[in-house]
Design a protein around this ligand. Sequence first.
Ligand code: GAL
Length: 899
Amino acid sequence: MSHTNTNSPTPCVAEKTSCQFRQILLGVAVVLLTAATGLAAELNPPRERTSFNDGWRFTKGDADGAGEALSYTKIKDWLLPTSAELTTNAALLAKARPAGNPAENISFAQPDFNDSQWRLLNLPHDWGIEGPFNQSYPGETGKLPWWGVAWYRKHLDVPATDAGRKIFLEVDGAMSYASVWVNGQFAGGWPYGYASWRVDVTPFVKFGADNVIAIRLDNPKQSSRWYPGGGIYRNVWLVKTSPVRVAHWGTAVTTPKIGWLSATVAIKVTLDNASSAAAASVKNEIFELNADGSRGKSVAVTKANAATISAGGSATVASEASVSSPKLWSIEKPQRYVVVTTVEQNGNVVDTYETPFGIRKAEFTVDKGFFLNGQHVKLNGVCDHHDLGALGAAINTRALERQLEILREFGVNAIRTSHNPPAPELLDCCDRMGFVVMDEAFDCWAAGKNKNDYHVLYSDWHEQDLRALVRRDRNHPCVVLWSSGNEVPDQDRAAGPALAEEHRGIIHAEDPTRPCTAAVSSYKAGFSGFQNHFDVFGWNYKPDNYARFRAANSAVPLFGSETSSTVSSRGEYFFPVPESFNSKNDRTALADFQVSSYDFFVPGWATLPDAEFRGEERNPFVAGEFVWTGFDYLGEPTPYNADVSNLLNYSNPEDKAKAEKELDEIGKIRVPSRSSYFGIVDLAGFKKDRFYLYQSHWRPDFPMAHILPHWNWPERVGQVTPVFVYTSGDSAELFLNGKSLGKKTKGANEYRLRWDDAVYQPGELKVVAYKNGKKWAQDSVKTTGAAEKLLLAADRTEIAADGKDLSFITVTVADKDGLQVPRAKNHLQFAVEGAGEIVATDNGDATSFESFQAPERNAYNGLALVIVRAKPGAAGTIKLTATADGLTPATVEIKASSR
Ligand code: GAL
């Protein structure tokens, strides 16, 4: 058989006998092949989606000659076909992949390249967070080295029994300009670092053999306004399917009719076919999902629908089901369901695909704001960037969940994924925990903010990136708004309206059910006509103009898409405190590269939380707000990203002298800040005072009172030291060492109580808050003794031994009575014994250049954080010890269990 050429016509007429023989042999071969494929089909589940995170080799830097050969402009035409399923652009679809193979001579892409000297690691991975910090890095993006070229390589054994299956590499996010080679052959890639994408590797894979996947990233400088991270920082999956299968993100589940007795669930399933023309049937079954994500009872089944799919084509099958007594998804009770789609051919199951969803009705109205299931919900939202503090950009589900738990505590019910597509896990958490989401695509469109930001990709990629976002996320009940951009410079340009309209068209083609918006910062754009190209208008920092907007725009729902931008450092208070809150650029707020936590300092474009509260109370048609920001984030250390030489005070004369010298020598002060001051919560997850200001307003029924500042001011005895109280009550009486300093009552549109004349004496400050004349809540702060001991408190003392789950341990520097010493900066050391390891440490100090991976750091105003995980597979006890010179050490035990 070796010299039989099955492609050439067989001369059967002349050689009848041998021809018959050959046909018999062919027949046998077909039977054997069919049997083998049948066997393979029996052995293989119809769809496999497995984590492809572990065991990658990594190097920073590039292969010889790669920089030039693989620049984006050179390989753009090879990359674009990866996005074919996400465009309707005929020109792009007509474009075939160019001939040849980029990186033919590039060693790192070749299968036989010896990468054994490269670092072995597991994804998700962010090379930037590993540091070191440096003041001289370009931009105010975290003072961490996140840019540059890096390569990842991994071996993949593809069994012979996979022959005939489709194989995809799915990447939830890689920062950025990713190109993928399989066995040295270019397979595809994606430039936008926040997009999720996949590459069909089937044509390049060797079945029954070892395969090598190589991924090159090229993260450009001047491409971000905040810390983007660098690396394959989200999860990667290997997906194997039959030739006839549910397409990528190929289901769309909507709930067109919702009643208490029943809900209609409409399910559209798109099938792809990589074989010859095929007939298939599609059936859907709906199950309740339990809170832990496991499947509950079956609640509805659709009848099997037939589909015919042309060779290499697609077909969409629509069906409906009715769920009786539906349990609606809400913020309080986030009930989820799942559609399980089964695709059959000739009675064999060729695919099963799960689509979690929720049954809920979300609606923005012009005159009353936002409604969920017919109930008015004020959006108490925050904007957050994607980094997870000391963990960097590398996605970790527990870290996200912890952020949401902390946000929930002060009343947050809405998240804006500023300014880019989030990790899919964030939306899963929001579905599960009950947060609504404004899902955002871009920080700019055609006109950019930075030399190398998204505007350079916009014309070639925005359609695919926008479709990818909506197609990926459209079944999440948490998503209630699509945002096509943030403060895009195009908002005030002639091109703006047409671009906005085009985006609206793309969004609604993928999801006709949810409104689209953008976060607009221009005042003019609220009136120029630009506002009419959105279903809901998002305005940044305009609480004093809401009424004017409504007067001019009677048909456009409105919300505060980005608000406040107040800055503060946890536990820092500077004096004197100005009487008036209109103290933009008031230098008394700034010292030592920190910002006073009396919460009165905002940059020029921003407003205090109070101003936004007032704007919304006076204009109840506003659907709510998204505060900039919930958590501090890496990069953008406003107000210390500009020249602060005329604003800054120094408490330490040596620091002052150093700054003055720098000013003389290099004309500016070198700012040491690595992270933002905007957070209501600091980078480590510790509450700033503003946490309680928001809690008092957003959780009016939760009895609480909070006093600031701390009461350790030995240098201020006898001096005026104002005291503020944030309370959900309406009035409060303050006592210093048992003596009343008077009762204060909030006036209309007032949100804080102030005792501006309080004079410091050590002892105890106590506040008793009242609501409607009745005692409501109280709080006290005491002057502490000297630091004597450490205390450790884990947020969870039992974690999964999977190498991913985390325990966040708060370290407190305490006096002999266990009170947090509010200005303590002691140097702390951490050691771990047993089944775990320290992943990162932090203290929330925006000026700290201590490595996030170091098992030591200074406390910042009495606190530090240690993040611990179990070593993969190592169940048992993890014992963390914290020590510091002169202080009694502390230990905490965490149980790591294999569940
Ligand atoms: C906004 C911008 C945000 C952030 C913020 C800081 O104008 O949209 O990304 O830069 O300012 O206040």
